[in-house]
Design a protein around this ligand. Structure first.
Ligand code: SF4
Length: 279
């Protein structure tokens, strides 16, 4: 379930308070380790020590803190348990995952029949915008494919599936047309399209799209807020903001920002390491 679906689910069922509260729950449930903690607690309270046998110890307090802040778990001394709210969220999420299996039996396997290089991208003149074509067109089945890609959303307005891969954005239309931005070469475009095609064809062969597992969106703003914000340029970038953008594009590494090793940024670094797992 992606962030927007999950937010809607919470809004529909629980009529929550502020958007900040919704975001707390969404953030808490966006991580596999935290969902695992929730699942471990579904049959009753468990000690922190026992949870620590399954979840990486160095991150355990951090995960527990986020779950507690979101009102999903209660911490009583060394014991942990789900709150009523947490139990409802866990149960509804499970039901929704089962519901989300869809029938693709009417769809035929696709092929990439054309890849053409177009104009340089506006955002970066060294990159290109590419147009491609998939055959046969996926039509209405395209919407069902959203769960196949960790960073994708279906736009009803465009009739297109928009897939993010680092800085690259792939827009696949129900007509079979595909546009890609921030592409370095036609080879890169062909490789990405080949991966997408294989992924889709595997789902078509099975006849159903699987319920989404991990579906987290992390963008440069999420990264930026945990950087030191000093714009010292030690990382080689003009600013922390530029560094965040290049991190998301996988064009640099987190360890280039050496000020993060200072004790005062220890928590920031911890947050950033978690966020980096989702890029
Ligand atoms: S070098 Fe690192 S700390 Fe310095 S401005 Fe860039 S991102 Fe921030």
């Amino acid at each position: 379930m992606n962030y927007h679906n999950f937010k809607s689910l919470i809004q529909m069922i629980y009529m929550p308070g502020s958007p900040a509260e919704i975001k707390l729950v969404s953030n808490a449930m966006s991580n596999a380790a935290r969902r695992q903690i929730m699942s471990l607690l579904k049959d009753g309270s468990i000690s922190k020590e026992d949870i620590g046998k399954t979840i990486r110890q160095s991150m355990l307090d951090y995960h527990l803190q986020l779950l507690q802040q979101a009102g999903l778990i209660a911490i009583k001394g060394e014991m942990l348990e789900l709150t009523d709210f947490g139990r409802n969220i866990l149960e509804s999420k499970t039901e929704k995952s089962v519901e989300s299996k869809k029938d693709l039996s009417g769809s035929k396997p696709i092929d990439v029949v054309e890849v053409r290089q177009l104009l340089p991208c506006i955002a970066d003149k060294s990159k290109y915008r590419i147009i491609a074509r998939l055959k046969p067109p996926l039509g209405g089945a395209l919407k069902l494919l959203e769960p196949l890609f960790p960073r994708a959303r279906y736009s009803e307005k465009l009739g297109a599936l928009i897939i993010q891969k680092g800085n690259i954005i792939i827009t696949a239309y129900s007509t079979g047309n595909v546009t890609m931005t921030m592409i370095s070469s036609t080879d890169e475009a062909e490789q990405i399209l080949d991966d997408i095609m294989k992924n889709i064809n595997a789902a078509i062969e099975k006849g159903i799209t699987p319920a989404p597992g991990e579906k987290v969106r992390v963008d440069h703003n999420d990264i930026y807020k945990y950087l030191p914000g000093t714009n010292c340029r030690i990382c080689g970038e003009q600013s922390c903001y530029s560094f965040a953008i290049r991190l998301v594009g996988k064009e640099t590494k987190l360890d280039r920002c050496t000020p993060l090793l200072e004790q005062r940024y220890a928590v920031n670094l911890e947050h950033l390491k978690v966020l980096m797992e989702y890029l």
